[in-house]
Design a binder for this molecule. Structure first.
Ligand code: C2E
Ligand code: CA
Ligand code: CA
Length: 675
């Protein structure tokens, strides 16, 4: 290097960080016609004309600021007149990696032919001076600098095998060197201690004046850069909580899965997994537990897929699973089933056991669509459909679902306005003493008379209202109307008849429920003992402790509680024991098949006797025949409700019935006469 410095035909210099000359070679002084004393310690505005100095200064600053080598063409005045130069500038690093100056090799390229040869030498020296690590001549001689050992951990004599392994792993290097004499790219090597070593490599083939060929390989350790890159990549493409690919990466992966399927003539399945009632769990147990459940759910889902498949978290409690390149579509259903049953297992978090389930909508390429967007939409539609039907299932997309989805949105819209206008009203269905001689209470049931569609049953719009949250507002309205009506009836009659109102899940979990009930009782003037609220087991099971607390508070207000549809859900009598309820209503589905169906007969008998042990009043719902009534009577059921004795009817009709049945012991209702 020393020889090159003294005899090189290029100008060479070293400047400090404040861009004053520290060292220049004889050629530099000669061409500018200056002495060392005139240059060293001075900056470019002293050495060059102001215009030329400005260019030189600007490019020097780029090197110190970016800490990167720079190749620029510059022109400046010399002793030989104005000349054109190719200048290679590079930062000089000290041991700690700090820049302590700028080095430069500036070659006169005014004369192109001379420049060609010189540039090569320049290049060689430049590369060697910057972060060059390895120079290998054709004859096999290898020179490395100390950075080689610092970075790789290997002694210098490993340089050859290091270089050869690099060439071996990247056959493209040789091809490119032969073609253009230069190759740049990334590679991953290993450090002596076994760690991965990501490097940026730049190899040039140079020929010196004597036609001696050498390879100059410059490589830099880019592990810090890689780490930063990976972090960024993780942030941009992966979900922080579960570590699963996020929505962005999902689109990417799904897109390539579809492309692959198209090429291979295979199918790709998309599962849209939604954790049922997650919001409720989150709201009642807190976000930490909600997070735990999401992580657990993510693990459970991931457990069931092949390596080529992808599980993503779209956000919230929504996951997708891409089942790529299927030759057997049956696999989709199997996996969906397995994931579904896996997500029904209780989540054990701390000493809590939380029960949940999942709804999984499925769309398959190419049958259900050929774009990412369409398939996602269709899987979502199928998922939504499950939710509507009461959650906790798997379902394949089907073209008819689209129409249903549109109809559902339209229905939701009209329900919104129905709440405001007068399309919603209540009907009432009495509950009778088992002897059918007396009406013990009246249940309020909502009705919707749609201006065009006619009557829409509550089973069609309550779940919709539940899903959208409208059910809370709707429930408040039902509660108010029912209480108002009960108040009127109880002014008319001497025997008070309580009214019962169905609560929905959302309503039960609504933080304002207690105050709503209190306000309604206050404004209507209905005694709390004349109000009964019906809840189902499923509503309770999700967050037992909180719900029980709430139910106790309602009970303390003097309001009665009953369990509706008993037997259709978890049917746990142990739960019943913990609930402050006074009445159990046996689900209509069991009453339907008695007498005759031995299983249902046994079940009803068991429910009645267990309930009596717990001091609970038992009501059988949906009693349509005398035989059913007979059976229930023989088995000590307390009350009955059903079409046999009274269908749900308008307030006025029920009022007539109330007056008849409660004021006269002779009951002249024709239906009751038959008994
Ligand atoms: P539910 O609370 O179990 O109400 C009993 C349902 O069975 C009513 O249907 C009633 O008309 C019907 N039913 C009564 N006796 C018989 C019978 O002998 N045979 C047959 N086949 N059916 C009988 P409806 O009114 O269509 O209500 C369906 C469900 O909608 C209710 O089931 C309840 O869960 C819900 N619902 C109704 N009104 C409201 C409300 O105001 N708020 C809430 N949250 N839900 C409501
Ligand atoms: Ca009910
Ligand atoms: Ca019921």
């Amino acid at each position: 290097l020393d020889a090159i410095f003294h005899h090189a035909p290029s100008l060479m210099f070293i400047k400090s960080t404040d861009l004053r000359y520290q060292m220049v070679n004889p050629k530099f002084l000669e061409l500018l016609g200056k002495t060392e004393e005139e240059v060293l310690g001075q900056d470019d505005f002293v050495v060059f004309s102001p215009e030329d100095a400005k260019d030189i200064r600007r490019t020097d600053q780029m090197v110190t600021q970016k800490r990167m080598p720079l190749q620029v063409e510059l022109s400046f005045n010399t002793k030989l007149g104005r000349r054109h130069f190719l200048s290679n500038k590079f930062p000089l690093f000290n041991e700690d990696g700090e820049v302590y100056g700028v080095g430069g090799i500036t070659t006169d390229i005014t004369d192109k032919v001379a420049a060609e040869a010189e540039a090569k030498i320049t290049n060689m020296v430049f590369e060697a001076a910057a972060e060059a690590e390895l120079v290998m001549s054709d004859s096999g001689k290898v020179i490395t600098n100390s950075s080689f050992t610092r970075i790789t951990g290997y002694p210098n004599d490993h340089a050859v095998s290091f270089a050869l392994s690099l060439l071996h792993d990247h056959p493209e290097i040789e091809i490119e060197l032969r073609k253009s004499g230069r190759w740049q790219g990334e590679s991953t090597r290993r450090r002596a201690n076994g760690e991965n070593l990501p490097i940026w490599v730049s190899i040039s083939l140079v020929e010196d004046i004597n036609n001696q060929k050498s390879y100059i390989a410059v490589f830099s350790d880019i592990s810090n850069l890689k780490e930063a890159e990976q972090k960024l990549e993780k942030l941009a493409h992966y979900d922080n909580l579960t570590g699963l690919p996020n929505r962005t990466l999902f689109y990417d992966r799904f897109d390539s899965a579809l492309a692959r399927s198209a090429r291979n003539n295979t199918q790709t399945g998309l599962l849209f997994v939604d954790i049922d009632r997650f919001k409720l769990i989150n709201d009642s147990y807190g976000h930490d537990i909600g997070d735990q459940i999401l992580i657990d759910a993510a693990n459970r889902i991931t457990h069931h897929i092949r390596p080529g498949d992808t599980v993503c978290r779209l956000g919230g409690d929504e996951f997708t699973v891409i089942l790529a390149d299927l030759d057997r579509p049956g696999r989709v259903q199997n996996i969906a089933r397995r994931i579904h049953s896996e997500l029904r297992k209780p989540y054990k978090i701390g000493n809590k056991e939380i029960i949940s389930s999942a709804s999984i909508g499925i769309a398959i390429y190419p049958d259900d669509g050929n774009s990412v967007h369409l398939l996602l939409k269709h899987a979502d539609t199928a998922m939504y459909h499950i939710k509507e039907r009461g959650r906790n299932d798997i379902m394949f997309f089907d073209k008819t679902l689209n129409a249903e989805a549109e109809a559902r949105i339209a229905l939701e819209e009209s329900l919104r306005s129905a709440i405001k206008s007068d399309e919603l009203f209540l009907v009432f269905q009495p509950r009778f003493h088992i002897t059918a001689q007396r009406i013990l209470s009246v249940e309020a049931l909502i009705r919707w008379r749609h201006p065009e569609k006619g009557m829409i049953p509550p089973s069609d719009f309550i779940p919709l209202a539940e899903e959208s949250g409208m059910v809370v507002e709707l429930g408040q309205m039902v509660l108010r109307k029912a209480c108002e009506r009960a108040r009127i009836w109880n002014r008319l009659s001497e025997t008070p008849v309580p009214v019962s109102v169905n609560l929905s899940t959302r309503q039960l979990h609504d933080p304002d429920l207690l105050s709503d009930i209190q306000t309604t009782l206050n404004t209507t003037g209905l005694p709390p003992s004349l109000l009964e609220l019906e809840i189902t087991e499923t509503m309770v099971i999700e967050d037992m402790d909180t719900v029980i607390e709430k139910l106790n508070a309602i009970r303390e207000m003097g309001v009665n509680l009953s369990v509706d549809d008993f037997g259709s859900g978890y049917s746990s009598l142990i739960y019943l024991k913990r609930l402050p309820v006074s009445t159990v209503k046996i689900d209509r589905s069991f009453v339907e098949d008695v007498p005759g169906d031995a299983d249902d007969e046994n079940l009803i008998q068991a429910i009645i006797s267990m309930s009596h042990t717990l001091n609970l009043n038992v009501v059988a719902e949906g009693v349509e025949t005398l035989e059913q009534l007979e059976f229930l009577r023989n088995n000590d059921c307390d009350e009955i409700q059903g079409y046999l004795l009274a269908k749900p009817d308008s307030a006025e009709k029920v009022e007539e019935l109330l007056l008849q049945v409660t004021s006269t012991s002779s009951m002249d209702s024709p239906r009751i006469h038959k008994l």
